[in-house]
Design a protein around this ligand. Structure first.
Ligand code: SF4
Length: 314
C-alpha cells in the first residue's frame, strides 16, 4: 500500500489506482472486522491461449509504432466463498431382483421373459384360460365376422420347440387347429420323419388366430392386435427354441424386412430364445427345390437341441 501511495500523483492512472486501493482497503478492513485474518490463495489458472493473428496481405508501407498498453492494474481479490455443505450420502442402488427360473438353460444365455414363470404343471391350465380369451376376441372386426372359429394352437404346453407360422388357412379355420392342410401335413413330416419327434412334443401356433379372408397376408394392424396372444403363449410355454415358418412370421417376430434367403441358416433371438427362420411349408410345396435349404435349417436346429441327425441313405 505504501508503495502505491508513494507513487500517487506521478502515475498517469493515478485516479483509477487510488479508487481501487480504496476499495481493496475497505474490503480488507471489513473482512478484518469479521475476523478474517488471512485470505486463501486463488488457484492458479492456466494461461489463456491467444488466437493466432490473422495473416493479412497488404502493400508494404512505413512500420507503425507499437500501440501503448496501459500498465497492469491490481484487481481486488474476491471474497472467500463459504465452504459448500457436505452432500447427503447417495443411497446404495436397489438390489436387482433375482432372476426368474427358466424351464431349461438357454443355448445363448439367459432368457428375457417379462411375465412371471408358470410352473410346467400349471401351463396347460394357463393356456386354456388364454384360449378362452382368444375365442371371444373381436379386436379385428372383419376377421371376427368371417372366421368359423379362432385357431389357438396345437401341441405340448411344455414343449422344448415352438413353431410359429403366420395365420390359419381354410382347413385350419374349419378344424380350429393350426397346420392341418397340405402344408400342415408337410410340417408334420418335417417334425416326425425329419426331426424324429412327435407332433404332440412341439408347440405350433400362428401370429394371427383368425383366418384372413382369401388367405391374404395379415395387415400390420391385425398382427399388432393379435401379437399379445402369441407373446403370452411364448411366455407360458417358454420353449427353449423357436422356429419361424415363412416370411411374414420371420419379418414380424424379428422386426426386419430382410428376405427369407437372408434370414435362414443362422440364429436369431425372440425374447432371448434361440430362434431360426425357414421356409413356410406352403412355399416348400410350391418350390420343392427349397426343401434342401429347409432341411439344412432343421439340422442346425437339431444339433442345438441335441437331437440325432439321421444319416443320409446310401
Ligand atoms: S386375429 Fe387375433 S386379435 Fe384379431 S380378432 Fe382374431 S384373435 Fe382377435
Amino acid at each position: 500500500m505504501a508503495e502505491i501511495d508513494a507513487e500517487a500523483g506521478t502515475d498517469p492512472y493515478e485516479e483509477e489506482r487510488a479508487r481501487l486501493v480504496r476499495q481493496v482497503r475497505a474490503r480488507l478492513e471489513s473482512l478484518a472486522r469479521a475476523g478474517v485474518a488471512t485470505l486463501p490463495k486463488s488457484p492458479e489458472r492456466p494461461p489463456v491461449p491467444r488466437p493466432a493473428p490473422a495473416i493479412v496481405e497488404s502493400a508494404p508501407g512505413p512500420i507503425a509504432a507499437p500501440p501503448m498498453t496501459p500498465p497492469p492494474v491490481e484487481r481486488p481479490r474476491p471474497a472467500p466463498t463459504p465452504p459448500t455443505p457436505p452432500q447427503a450420502p447417495t443411497p446404495p442402488p436397489a438390489p436387482k431382483p433375482a432372476a426368474r427360473p427358466v424351464a431349461a438353460p438357454s443355448l445363448f444365455g439367459s432368457n428375457e421373459f417379462k411375465s412371471p414363470f408358470v410352473e410346467p404343471a400349471d401351463r396347460p391350465a394357463a393356456l386354456e384360460v388364454l384360449r378362452a380369451e382368444v375365442a371371444a376376441c373381436v379386436k379385428c372386426a372383419n376377421l371376427a365376422a368371417t372366421r368359423t372359429q379362432t385357431v389357438f394352437a396345437d401341441g405340448s404346453a411344455t414343449a422344448r420347440l415352438m413353431f410359429i407360422g403366420e395365420a390359419p388357412g381354410a382347413d385350419e379355420d374349419r378344424r380350429g387347429v393350426p397346420f392341418v392342410g397340405k402344408a400342415g401335413q408337410l410340417l408334420t413330416d418335417m417334425i416326425t420323419k425329419g426331426m424324429g419327434l412327435r407332433r404332440e412334443d412341439v408347440f405350433i401356433a400362428n401370429i394371427l388366430k383368425c383366418r384372413p379372408p382369401e388367405n391374404r397376408d395379415p395387415t400390420p394392424q391385425e398382427s399388432s392386435n393379435c401379437f399379445g396372444y402369441l407373446e403370452r403363449q411364448i411366455e407360458i410355454v417358454r420353449p427353449e427354441f423357436i422356429c419361424l415358418l415363412g416370411r411374414i412370421s420371420a419379418s414380424t417376430l424379428l422386426n426386419t424386412a430382410l428376405s427369407m434367403s437372408r434370414l435362414r441358416g443362422r440364429w436369431h433371438r425372440v425374447y432371448g430364445i434361440p430362434t431360426i427362420a425357414t421356409y413356410h411349408p406352403a412355399y416348400l410345396l410350391r418350390t420343392p427345390t427349397a426343401k434342401k435349404d429347409a432341411w439344412e435349417d432343421l439340422q442346425m436346429l437339431m444339433r442345438a437341441m441335441g437331437l440325432v441327425i439321421p444319416k443320409k441313405k446310401g
